[in-house]
Write a protein that binds this ligand. Structure first.
Ligand code: PHE
Length: 343
């Protein structure tokens, strides 16, 4: 019987030691120490023993009982969250900041460009990315079959054609918003800044299939080229810094007359010419005075109104300012967090 009792004790202690939670522990307590428990079974058998043994075995049973009670009462489950955490928590320590993200650099650039132009009265709009051919081409003095259309390596959408507006395209430039804005407002003054996604069949170091442009359009009575130049210089100074100015270089677009390419002076030599820029100037984008045919397409009288327009790429505009050299435009859209984190 003694041996059985020793075995019982060892078994019980091992089970208590390993009990994973308080429910298990409670069922062990019932199994060993409860009224129908194993210890009580032994106590019942005690009366069959001779007087001498009865005393000793009785003592042993009582010892085992207290040992098991102690083991159960002192059993702790690790981890003991409530107690330990309370002791470890120091409310005076500064908090740990979770990592904080930021807007994509193109979104940052768009917001800044929008602010610069809305500060001087332009109104931010955006027009459809999937557009009728008429808006980016025909309404801009480029009828179907006109060779100038080739410049805008356009994606055509496989969709039914409209009798007036023609095929559907993914808009290849924000100039598609010019006539839309004239039609929306009906009459000048028009001061539009249209910033939107554009699509062209192109993909290399300096081009992506999808990119962004911003387009300014101002139409009113007596709008002239010096005003265009003033707005462009204002933008150059706001976006690139106080010493930057623009230069208009004669060019050709079907939808402006006269037309210009807009250059900005080099940040290093400010236009004098240096090793990095050679000519002193970097090309920014296109601009010009709105062609009379475009005003007519928008329902405006070219005898009464004149206007200017300008437009160019958001990504390129940003690249030309960035302190961190971005030599591949495709990085903007490769979703590499190591690249994006730098801005
Ligand atoms: N839409 C022209 C382009 O994508 C740029 C431009 C805009 C030129 C407005 C003149 C006036 O190249």
């Amino acid at each position: 019987m003694r041996e059985e009792l020793h075995n019982l004790r060892n078994e019980a202690l091992a089970l208590i030691q390993e009990a994973p939670n308080s429910q298990e522990l409670e069922s062990l307590r019932i199994a060993f120490l409860g009224r129908q428990g194993k210890i009580n079974q032994f106590l019942k058998e005690l009366k069959n023993l001779p007087q001498e043994e009865k005393k000793q075995v009785g003592q042993l049973i009582n010892e085992i009982k207290t040992t098991l009670e102690k083991a159960i009462n002192h059993k702790s489950f690790t981890p003991q969250p409530a107690v330990n955490q309370k002791l470890d928590f120091d409310p005076t320590l500064p908090g740990k900041k979770p990592p904080q993200g930021h807007l994509h650099l193109v979104t940052q650039a768009i917001e800044e460009i929008q602010r610069i132009f809305t500060d001087i009265g332009f109104i931010r709009v955006r027009y459809p990315e999937v557009e009728w051919d008429w808006y980016p081409f025909t309404s801009l003095n480029m009828p179907p079959g006109h060779p100038a259309r080739d410049e805008w390596e356009t994606f055509f959408v496989d969709a039914p054609q409209d009798s007036k507006y023609g095929k559907m395209v993914l808009t290849p430039h924000t100039s598609s918003g010019q006539v839309r804005e004239m039609k929306r407002l009906g009459k000048p003054p028009i001061r539009m800044i249209n910033i939107a996604k554009c699509y062209r069949r192109q993909q290399d170091m300096t081009h992506t299939v999808m990119f962004h442009q911003f387009e300014g359009l101002l139409i009113d009575k007596n709008v002239n080229i010096p005003q265009l130049k003033g707005v462009l210089d204002y933008f150059a100074q706001q976006f690139y810094g106080p010493k930057r100015i623009t230069r208009l270089r004669p060019f050709h677009f079907q939808f402006t007359e006269p037309s210009f390419e807009v250059d900005i002076n080099c940040p290093l030599c400010l236009g004098k010419g240096c090793k990095t820029c050679k000519s002193g100037w970097h090309e920014l984008g296109g601009a010009g005075m709105v062609h009379p045919n475009v005003l007519k397409a928008g329902g405006l009288d070219p005898q009464k109104y004149t206007g200017f327009a300008f437009g160019w790429g958001v990504e390129r505009t940003y690249m030309m300012r960035s302190d961190i050299k971005i030599d591949d435009l495709r990085l903007f859209y490769s979703n590499d967090i190591r690249f994006l984190e730098q801005f």
